[in-house]
Design a protein around this ligand. Structure first.
Ligand code: PLP
Length: 451
């Protein structure tokens, strides 16, 4: 039985309010909080706030808790490590746990041949490493990097230079890293090349790189790498057309450019396969992994073809990267996903969620597009199906009302509801959450129609 949602006191309750006040006073407010949720604990796909309200979690702590909150096997792995060692720096010495996890990562990585692993602490740090690995591999003979509009690769200066989903990410921080060029990402519902044909959209996006970037700005042999998200996350849960990633691989091969696959959000089984890129049978050269890798403990990894992971000794490292407790948990997370059939569950439940939203789309004008793979699902809200005007205010209402009624969900892009529950969520829990979101969507749809 799913004993959520359970709203005992309208959030934020009194205990939450007290913490919100202290937070406002003490923490730099450079981030945008979605709603005043103050968390006490989590259990599976349920989150409880400090006032005892219980919510169904469609966020997974931002695509991190793929195996759910407090999975008993994660807790056991933690217990096994506590009292053993907390840290001794993989940069300078060795741990068994780091090698064990590397073996696992290499075995599930989306490319063939020999592979090597580098550990960091966050998604941004994995991307920083990819920048250094790809430029370093070419011994700086290829200084240029290509990334996409709509991309989110992190907030540190290198990763932020590749990121391009909102102007606020760059305002006041210029100059960004030099030699970064952005290209339009093929977003089928809003194709930047003004076509409704997804395949043509994919072709145009590839042609832009070849004809404009490589044809008019920089020689292909000066470009080290193309960074991409196989499904754009913060940019709006955008699934590219089927010809795009295979075409990108072909283009990169023609010019000897590396493909860096950012699976920080889409990886670790979220889309029903270990890596989103596997939906298109494309092999990258480097893959960046973070978020769900260690169930919330700070850890990231880059897995790359061994011949590319060739930075010289002393040229890259980090004190905390590959923490032994995080690595031990990381190995357990992979085993849980394998042994509990979570890839299959993500595909099955994801299809079910998309089917329910598509059925609703037949009745509600406000649902412009439903897209996704596995449990990485975007439901784009529009004020008008013809003009596709983003329904930003309406989306804010859906998110805030869902919170008040016991469902945790957020958005991505301009007006896309972002659905990313733990991979072991049940149909019963989904039905309960869906019913709440559905009733709010019906309310806002009525309001838009009445305008
Ligand atoms: N890459 C992608 C695709 C992301 O979604 C994120 C974070 O949301 C990052 C990189 C940055 O990860 P982190 O916040 O751990 O630095």
């Amino acid at each position: 039985m799913v004993d959520a949602p359970l709203i005992k006191v309208e959030p934020p309750g009194p205990k939450a309010k007290e913490i919100l006040e202290r937070d406002e006073k003490l923490l730099m407010q450079s981030f945008v909080r979605w709603y005043p949720l103050v968390i006490e604990r989590g259990d599976g796909f349920i989150v409880e706030d400090v006032d005892g309200n219980r919510y169904i979690d469609f966020n997974s702590g931002l695509a991190v808790l793929n195996v759910g909150h407090n999975h008993p096997r994660v807790l056991n792995a933690l217990k096994e490590m506590l009292g053993k060692i907390t840290h001794y720096s993989l940069t300078d010495f060795y741990y068994r746990e780091a090698v064990d996890l590397a073996e696992k990562l290499v075995s599930i990585a989306p490319m063939g041949g020999d592979k090597k692993v580098f550990y960091g602490n966050s998604g941004a740090e994995a991307i920083e490493a990819c920048i250094k690995i790809s430029r370093g591999h070419f011994r700086n003979k290829r200084p240029y990097l290509i990334a996409f509009y709509g991309a989110f690769h992190g907030r540190t200066m290198g990763a932020n230079s590749l990121t391009a989903s909102k102007p606020v990410q760059h305002r006041w921080f210029a100059p960004m890293l030099p030699c970064v060029i952005h290209a339009p990402y093929p977003y089928p519902y809003r194709c930047p090349f003004n076509t409704d044909d997804p395949i043509e959209c994919g072709e145009q996006a590839l042609a832009f790189i070849e004809d404009y970037i490589l044809g008019k700005y920089v020689h292909g042999d000066e470009v080290a790498a193309i960074f991409f998200e196989p499904i754009q996350g913060e940019g709006g849960y955008v699934v590219p057309p089927d010809n795009f990633l295979p075409g990108l691989r072909k283009l990169a091969d023609e010019y000897g450019i590396l493909l860096v696959d950012d699976e920080v959000q889409s990886g670790m089984g979220r889309t029903g396969k270990w890596w989103a890129i596997q939906h298109w049978n494309v092999e990258p050269d480097l893959v960046a992994i973070a978020k769900a890798i260690a169930s919330g403990l700070p850890l990231s990894a880059v897995v790359g073809r061994a011949e590319i992971m060739d930075l010289e000794r002393g040229s890259h490292a980090t004190t905390f990267g590959g923490n032994p407790i995080a690595c031990r948990v990381g190995s357990e997370v992979i085993r849980i996903i394998e042994e509990e059939g979570l890839l299959e569950n993500a595909s099955r439940v994801g299809e079910y969620i998309m089917k329910r939203f598509r059925e609703l789309q037949d009745h509600l004008e406000i649902i412009g597009d439903v897209r996704g793979k596995g449990l990485m699902i975007g439901v784009e809200l529009v004020r008008n199906r013809e003009t596709k005007e983003p329904a930003k205010k309406e989306l804010a209402k859906v998110i805030n009302e869902s919170f008040k009624r016991g469902v945790l969900v957020i958005s991505a892009g301009l007006s896309t509801l972002r659905i990313a529950p733990p991979l072991n969520i049940t149909i019963e829990a989904v039905d309960k959450a869906f019913e709440i979101i559905e009733s709010i969507l019906k309310e806002v749809d009525k309001e838009v129609k009445a305008r």
